[in-house]
Every structure is written in structure tokens, then in C-alpha cells.
Ligand binder design. Structure first.
Ligand SMILES: NC(=O)c1ccc[n+]([C@@H]2O[C@H](COP(=O)([O-])OP(=O)(O)OC[C@H]3O[C@@H](n4cnc5c(N)ncnc54)[C@H](OP(=O)(O)O)[C@@H]3O)[C@@H](O)[C@H]2O)c1
Length: 238
């Protein structure tokens, strides 16, 4: 059987890194996309993946990645739109430029990549989008800008489903709750909220938990597509 080819964004950290590892273990040829060239070089050696540097906040960088995908000899069977940025700030104070950047990375980039990949994707191909429980439930107002990008992504993903399922391409959304990844280290002024969240939800998911679900979704038989999976730490489900 032909080796399946997968491209995953945000492969240098957290859920993306765990997923790139599990995809390799499952025998996929993996294209790992990130913006940190040094960390990508390490992945090339450690995991045997092909890498591409791209800053998904930059239209030119996204265009270059799209052109590279279109020029590939072997079409991609799987696209995992995992990369995202997070902010923790009220929409009443968030700088408009920061809000725009959030939409560029979290909404525009995944759709542009789907557009680059879909025309060449074979029957049985699969696009997986990483959303978040904040798309539907806000712990507080400061999660709204991030959650809004995920809600927009979910709606656009529904459109991808309508367009691509008739062509035999699966479209799935993973909706994690709290996962212990570096995404939270990147948020200024988040420490007290993080401590409160830990009081409510003592044990968070590991990135590997989400990667396991990704692999499960991708390994369903062809007549069956998982639309959306919510993945929660047990005590967040209360
Ligand atoms: N952790 C959670 O609790 C949680 C919950 C629900 C959903 N999610 C979703 O899960 C996905 C993965 O998040 P994570 O928690 O694994 O976060 P993470 O550890 O911060 O990883 C995010 C990845 O995206 C990359 N990235 C960010 N901005 C980028 C840009 N402009 N261009 C290219 N790459 C960029 C990061 O690169 P750098 O390392 O260079 O920044 C990193 O590789 C995201 O879609 C996130 O929204 C996470």
C-alpha cells in the first residue's frame, strides 16, 4: 500500500509535536510546518520528517507554503491545521492589530491551507482542524477573542465539510479542553487564572491524549467520518 502523506502546522510544540511523532510512528510521511527553523531541524533528525518554515501570520509566507504544496509531486492525504496563537485579554482592551493577527493565524491560515491542499487531495483524504471548547463556552471575557477565532473556524469548517465530503474528503474538528502545553506560557498576565483553572481541573490532558484521538479519527474506515470530537480532562467535564 502507498505511504500516506500528512502535513501538520505548529509541529514544533505541544499537540502538534506529539501528533507529528504519532503520525510518524503510524507510518506516515510527515511534513512538519513551524516558524522556528532551529526546532524544525531537530525534528528532521529526531523524527525523520520533512520540514517547512512558515510564519502563518504573514500572507507572503502562507502563499509560499501554498505554492510549495501545489508543486509537490505526491498529493497530501492529510492536512492537520493545528497551529494557533492565543491571547488572554478582554475585547474591550485588545489592540485591533492583535485581534487581526489572531484571525490571520487561527482562521485565515487554516482556510488558505485547505484551499491549497484540497484540489490535489485524493479520495479518502482528510482535513483536521484544531478548535477549542472556548468556541462555545467562555470561562471568562478574556477568552473571547481567542474563542471567537475558533468559533469562526468551526463555522468555516462546516462549509469545508459541505464542499469536500461529496468528493470523498473527510473533514473533522478536534475540540480539546485544557491541555498542558506551552501555549499558556506565552500568555502575559495569565498566572493567577492558570492557578484558578488548576484548582477546578487538577489534571489537564497531555498533548499525546489529543494526538491519540487524531490518529483514531484518521484510522476510521472510509465509509465513516467523525465530524467533531470534544476531548476533556475528566474533571473539566463536570
Ligand atoms: N493547550 C490547550 O489547552 C488547547 C486547548 C484547546 C485547543 N488548543 C488548540 O490546539 C492547537 C495546538 O495548541 P498547543 O496547546 O499545542 O499550543 P503550542 O504548544 O503553543 O503550539 C502551537 C504551535 O503553533 C505554532 N504557531 C503559533 N503561531 C504561529 C505562526 N504565526 N506561524 C506558524 N506557527 C505558529 C507554534 O510555534 P511557536 O512554538 O514558534 O510559537 C507552535 O508550534 C491550537 O490550535 C490550540 O488553539 C489547545
Amino acid at each position: 500500500m502507498r505511504q500516506r502523506h500528512a502535513l501538520i502546522t505548529g509541529a514544533t510544540s505541544g499537540i502538534g509535536l506529539a501528533s507529528a511523532k504519532k503520525l510518524r510512528e503510524a507510518g506516515y510521511h510527515v511534513v512538519a510546518v513551524g516558524r522556528d527553523a532551529e526546532r524544525l531541524r531537530v525534528l528532521e533528525v529526531e523524527l525523520g520528517v520533512v520540514t517547512r518554515v512558515a510564519d502563518l501570520a504573514q500572507p507572503e509566507s502562507r502563499r509560499e507554503l501554498g505554492d510549495w504544496i501545489a508543486a509537490r509531486q505526491v498529493p497530501l492525504d492529510v492536512l492537520v491545521n493545528n497551529a494557533a496563537e492565543c491571547v488572554y485579554e478582554s475585547p474591550l482592551t485588545l489592540e485591533p492589530a492583535r485581534m487581526s493577527r489572531l484571525f490571520e493565524v487561527n482562521v485565515v491560515a487554516p482556510i488558505e491551507l485547505a484551499r491549497a491542499v484540497a484540489p490535489h487531495m485524493p479520495h479518502g483524504g482528510h482535513i483536521v482542524q484544531l478548535s477549542s471548547v472556548t468556541a462555545k463556552h467562555l470561562a471568562n471575557a478574556k477568552f473571547a477573542p481567542y474563542g471567537t477565532t475558533k468559533a469562526a473556524l468551526e463555522h468555516l469548517t462546516e462549509a469545508l465539510r459541505l464542499e469536500l465530503h461529496p468528493r470523498g474528503i473527510g473533514v473533522s474538528t478536534l475540540v480539546p479542553g485544557l491541555v498542558d502545553t506551552p501555549i499558556y506560557d506565552k500568555l502575559p498576565n495569565f498566572e493567577s487564572t492558570r492557578a484558578k483553572l488548576h484548582q477546578h481541573v487538577e489534571v489537564w490532558l497531555e498533548p499525546e491524549d489529543v494526538a491519540d484521538v487524531l490518529l483514531w479519527v484518521l484510522s476510521r474506515p472510509p465509509h465513516l467520518v467523525i465530524g467533531e470530537v470534544t476531548i476533556l480532562p475528566r474533571s473539566q467535564a463536570r
